[in-house]
Write a protein that binds this ligand. Structure first.
Ligand code: NAD
Length: 257
């Protein structure tokens, strides 16, 4: 694609989404951020633009169908067709057993982490199909590949991986690709906060990986940059773990000898 692409990233006011926005802007895309955090979203846009990038912020609640449909419609009215759509917005949950996890928390996690992705895909897919052009990237998680004690989050992320495969098959004939990235333990500002207060151990997370490292936010952004580029034109329906090898180390090290 020779003209500037239009890339939309949900939940990009901070964290992995923010870093991904900066990466796509650095690569030359116009980037639109949608989030519930209006001030942080505006700050991210201002800082991308101060660095010479082209960005905009629109309020978005991925759990609200009207908000999602209005968001997509308004962006295309203001900026033209969306080329790349990254479903990044998500919330975590505490490690709780099935009887400990309140149903309200379970439903809230599914609402944001699965239904939010579904609603956004439902809004953008028909437009991309019609134009016979577009790429969708979904943020899943290694917790969606293997079972961890996050009783709502893990299955919701597994559902995102399944939806990715279904939509890749459905949209492929329309020249629309759909892939997901599954980050492992990511070194975000929030995670650093947990290290600082002693709730989590960086050394433990590094030790649990094959590469002896934590995934950086930019590692996730680079995976999306590749998957959404024409270099990945033959790749659709994949779920790419970006986890420094936590998944392989976990099963490998479980073997008794
Ligand atoms: N941090 C990790 O270790 C890790 C690992 C695997 C996957 N992930 C996934 O990566 C994604 C980003 O996570 P993060 O660590 O950067 O978290 P984060 O909390 O820093 O960022 C998430 C963003 O999503 C936004 N958001 C939440 N609910 C929303 C809603 N209803 N509508 C619109 N935006 C909403 C938040 O305001 C925030 O800006 C999530 O999908 C998360 O599940 C994170």
């Amino acid at each position: 694609m020779s003209e500037q692409r239009l890339t939309v990233i949900t939940g990009a006011a901070r964290g992995i989404g923010e870093t991904t926005s900066r990466r796509f802007s650095k690569g030359g895309d116009k980037v639109v951020i949608g989030d519930v955090l209006d001030d942080a979203g505006a700050d991210t846009v201002a800082s991308i633009e101060a660095g010479g990038g082209n960005a905009a912020y629109y309020p978005l609640d991925v759990t609200d169908e009207d908000s999602v449909n209005g968001f997509v419609e308004q962006i295309e009215r203001d900026h033209g067709p969306i080329d790349v759509f990254i479903n990044n917005a998500g919330i975590m949950q505490d490690g709780l057993t099935i009887e400990e996890l309140p149903m309200e928390e379970h439903d809230r996690v599914w609402d944001v982490d699965y239904r939010g992705v579904y609603l956004c895909c439902r809004a953008i897919v028909p437009r991309m199909k019609e134009r016979k052009r577009g790429v969708i990237g979904n943020v899943a998680s290694m917790f969606g590949i293997a079972p961890y004690m996050v009783t709502a989050y893990s299955p919701a992320k597994t559902a995102v991986i399944s939806l990715t495969e279904i939509l890749a098959a459905e949209c492929g004939p329309h020249n629309v690709r759909v892939n997901s990235v599954s980050p492992g333990y990511v070194h975000t500002p929030m995670m650093q906060g947990r290290f600082d207060t002693g709730i989590r151990s960086k050394e433990r997370m590094e030790r649990d990986s094959a590469l002896g490292a934590m995934t950086e936010m930019l590692d996730v952004a680079e995976a999306f940059w590749f998957l959404c580029s024409d270099k990945a034109k033959a790749i659709t329906g994949v779920n790419l773990p970006v986890d420094c090898g936590v998944l392989v180390a976990n099963s490998y090290n479980a073997f008794p000898r």
